[in-house]
Design a protein around this ligand. Structure first.
Ligand SMILES: [Zn+2]
Length: 398
């Protein structure tokens, strides 16, 4: 067990890690031709609240299944590396939007999953948002899970196993891995140990990120991320008129768009170059289906997918901003109720205390609700600017 193997990504998830390590080791024994010891199974569901990193857990497990060092998930071999980088030939990832595969293609993925793994280990299918599959796709998936190919493994990620999220018939055939949001102390510990962050900074970033490891790492390491957070958290103080509300909404919208553009720019260019190279070279090596489609069509599809990814990146950026605001209004509430829990934004304790002295708990709650409503609206594809404007006015009025 190395402290830097792939499972070390799963901070504060001790029980799931034990289960997954055991399964990966059993899987490696099957690959080695030993009799099935029963620790491995071909269909898994990863559940947990936002920030519990369901898809990271699925990817890490996939890496361990493809690990060439006895399924240890060493993090160093080719199998581990390519799986984590998303380029392993035997690991297919189904996302609901953005790059790789769209929901409508789930059927095709499921069919392809039945083929033997090219690397001789496992054919892994990760479905990142199994709760958002269409009914037809769910049924195709169910069929594949009911009649599994010997070396195919399905890893489904969903917020819960509520029947609204996943078919009961699928649930009953899967093993469940329940993840939780890691405690701030566990996140801080990883920042210190693995990323060399000073203890005080690590403690602050872990609290400010509210258990989200990725976000904590970003806040600790990236001054620009800290700057964006400062901007977001200055919003409550700036809402002094209706005009200020619209300004704040426009600024937040623009900032999220810019953040998203930066996040996807490099990948966009690299993908386009790779596709153009493949097309220029004839592209016949990429399989019959690819060869049949026209080059222009492929470029167009790439552009469409890249646009979807940019939209998703903007939504993620907005979600982080809203999460910060939720933390702030929660701190105000916690302070005015004198609740014995630590605040999220320790560096803004004076500001939240001042707000607590000024606002009634009821009006703070209404503000909190305004942020949550905005989040829901963006989730339901309401135009971000419209949702943000409504929120800002709600935050101003209280
Ligand atoms: Zn490995």
């Amino acid at each position: 067990m190395s402290p830097n193997d792939v499972f070390s990504e799963l901070v504060g998830q001790d029980d799931p890690v034990v289960t997954l390590r055991r399964a990966a080791a059993a899987a490696a024994r099957i690959v080695a031709g030993e009799p099935d010891s029963g620790g491995m199974t071909h269909a898994w569901i990863f559940t947990g609240p936002p920030g519990a990193r369901r898809t990271v857990a699925a990817r890490v497990f996939a890496a361990a299944l493809q690990c060439q060092r006895d399924g240890a998930g060493c993090g160093e071999c080719h199998g581990c590396h390519t799986t984590l980088a998303g380029t392993h030939a035997d690991v297919q990832v189904v996302t609901t939007e953005g790059l790789t595969i769209k929901t409508e293609e789930t059927r095709a993925v499921v069919l392809r999953a039945a083929s033997a793994p090219t690397g001789g280990r496992w054919q892994v299918v990760i479905i990142e948002a199994a709760d958002r599959l269409h009914e037809r796709a769910s049924n195709a998936l169910l069929k594949a899970i009911e009649e599994p190919s010997p070396r195919t493994v399905f890893l489904l990620c969903t917020p819960s196993v509520h029947p609204d999220d996943i078919l009961v018939t699928i649930r009953s055939r899967c093993r469940l891995v329940s993840l939780r949001q890691p405690p701030a102390a566990a996140v801080a510990e990883v920042l210190e140990r693995r990323h060399g962050v000073a203890p005080e900074q690590a403690g602050w970033a872990a609290a400010a990120s509210q258990g989200d490891m990725e976000r904590a790492r970003q806040l600790a390491a990236d001054p620009e991320a800290r700057g964006r957070r400062d901007d977001v958290l200055s919003v409550p103080r700036k809402l002094t008129s209706i005009g200020a509300c619209f300004d704040a909404a426009a600024r937040l919208e623009a900032a999220s768009k810019q953040e998203a553009a930066i996040a996807v720019a490099e990948l966009d260019v690299a993908e386009r170059a790779a596709l153009e190279r493949a097309l220029g070279a004839g592209g016949t090596g990429r399989g019959a289906t690819t060869a049949m489609r026209g080059a222009a069509g492929q470029l167009k599809e790439l552009e469409r997918n890249q646009k979807l990814r940019a939209t998703r990146a903007q939504r993620d950026a907005l979600d982080r901003a809203l999460q910060d605001l939720i933390g702030f209004y929660r701190d105000v509430l916690v302070t005015s109720m004198r609740a014995p829990v630590p605040v999220v934004h320790g560096d803004l304790a004076e500001v939240s205390a001042a707000a607590a002295a000024k606002w009634s708990p009821e009006s703070t709650l209404r503000r909190l609700e305004a942020v949550l409503t905005c989040r829901d609206a963006i989730d339901r594809n309401v135009k971000p600017q419209v949702a943000l404007e409504a929120m800002m006015v709600g935050l101003w009025q209280g």
